[in-house]
Design a protein around this ligand. Structure first.
Ligand code: AMP
Ligand code: GLY
Length: 424
């Protein structure tokens, strides 16, 4: 069969790599893709938001399955466009992708269906938000309602900071129309865990857990980024916590979406905080995580194409989702200065070191092929993943492989997975 993947990051590279393992797949396309995805897929120069062109391409090439990696096209309704054209596509329709597209919607839904999350209020009027803050407790969390490249969340330690935050989001519109509405919520403390799941509208099957490192600097300092590295599984995500989440968070979310007439098919990514009062939902995403995917998929045993199809067909209950009993760590190699200002266009050396090495992967996030070779082309450039029998070994392997790659202004965190030392 022929598969089209929509997106251009490390996540899509990992999805393409995994799809390529399926014996049923004979050809993969990726739009627009990057210089790494090229190993497995023919990259097509169509943007992820060009729905009509993508659908026309899928028809012309007789694509059997399209997989949407990114949030923007999902929230924008790419699945609806493909379905209208009679094309098979994996991902939620726009009315379900709202789970990620509107934080105000997802908070209201959690409240209505008693799914554990931080206490909150929604605001579409900046004066009402400012008035609310006068009596609030700090720190407090401000969230732009819509998509904001993971940057629309402000943690404010004082009334003054929070007032400035309201201005940034609702008046200066730093995140554009995403800031027309805002969530103000209680600040929670605890460990964060990402749990990705496959959903077919009714049945949900969770993948192995992972933990992201969102801040730019070692020791969780500096600005929030798209993610500087991940490890999987999380040793803090115990069987007891999983049992709780399956019962009170995962299935209830799927059931709530169905009850709202927004049947969800695709990936639900649960961003969880393990608080002293139990696990609570920080956020939902309607797609694979980046770079969570780069540690979760290398551990997945099941043929991913079978799972995609079962989600579309509503037969996920018949699929047995299996993961290796090992661990994986991904260290993101970024351009120095990310996420603010950085140079790109530097030649990347050492990619060939990963060829034929079992358990070592280099997923491209921002790279470009030129006549001189593959060059850096983004803030996050590569995700270096290694597996191991346990997290300690996987981490040692990943940091060993980080040294195989060289480019000018290479920057990475040195403490990805360090938290595992604290696990009992
Ligand atoms: P989100 O995009 O909602 O996951 O938020 C980005 C990051 O902000 C999360 O990964 C957390 O580290 C932090 N965050 C979000 N909401 C809260 C909260 N209510 N309490 C504490 N930290 C939060
Ligand atoms: N790594 C977090 C995300 O994909 O949103």
């Amino acid at each position: 069969m022929k598969v089209l993947i929509v997106g251009s990051g490390g996540r899509e590279h990992a999805i393409a790599w995994k799809v390529a393992q399926s014996p049923r797949v004979e050809k993969i396309y990726c739009a627009p893709g990057n210089a790494g995805v090229e190993q497995y897929a023919e990259c097509v120069n169509i943007g992820a938001m060009e729905f009509d062109r993508l659908a026309a391409f899928a028809k012309e090439k007789e694509i059997d399955l399209t997989v949407i990696g990114m949030d923007d096209p999902l929230v924008g309704g790419i699945v609806d466009v493909f379905e209208k054209e009679g094309l098979r596509v994996f991902g939620p329709r726009a009315n379900a992708a709202i789970l990620e597209g509107s934080k105000a919607f997802s908070k209201d839904m959690m409240k209505k269906y008693h799914i554990p999350t931080a206490a909150y209020e929604n605001f579409d009027d900046p004066d009402a938000a400012l008035a609310y803050l006068e009596t609030a407790k700090f720190p407090i969390v401000l969230k732009a309602d819509g998509l904001a490249l993971g940057k629309g969340v402000l943690i404010c330690n004082s009334l003054k900071e929070a007032q400035a935050g309201v201005k940034t989001i609702m008046l200066d519109k730093q995140f554009g129309a995403s800031g027309n509405c805002m969530v103000i919520e209680e600040f929670m403390t605890g460990r964060e865990v990402s749990v990705l799941s496959f959903v077919d509208g009714r049945t949900i099957k969770t993948m192995t857990s992972a933990q992201d490192h969102k801040r730019a600097g070692d020791g969780d300092t500096g600005l929030n980024t798209g993610g500087m590295g991940t490890f999987s599984p999380s040793p803090f995500y115990t069987k007891k916590i999983d049992d709780f989440c399956q019962k009170y968070i995962y299935q209830p979310t799927v059931d709530a979406m169905a009850a709202e007439g927004r049947m969800f098919k695709g990936i639900i990514f649960f961003g969880l905080m393990l608080t002293a009062d139990g696990p609570k939902v920080l956020e939902y995403n309607a797609r694979f995580g980046d770079p969570e995917t780069q540690v979760v998929l290398p551990r997945m045993k099941t043929d991913i194409v079978e799972v995609f199809e079962a989600c579309i067909d509503g037969t996920l209950d018949q699929v047995e989702l299996e993961f290796e009993d090992n661990a994986a760590v991904c260290v993101v190699l970024a351009s120095d200065g990310y996420p603010v200002k950085y140079e790109k266009g530097f030649l990347i050396h050492g990619l060939e070191n990963f060829a034929q090495k079992d358990g070592y992967y280099v997923f491209h996030a921002g790279s470009k092929r030129t006549d001189e070779g593959i060059v850096t082309n983004g803030g996050r450039v590569l995700g270096v993943t290694a597996t191991g029998k346990d997290l300690k070994e996987a981490r040692a392997n990943a940091y060993e492989a980080v040294n195989w790659i060289d480019f000018e202004n290479k920057y990475y965190r040195h403490d990805i997975g360090k938290a595992i030392d604290e696990a009992k």
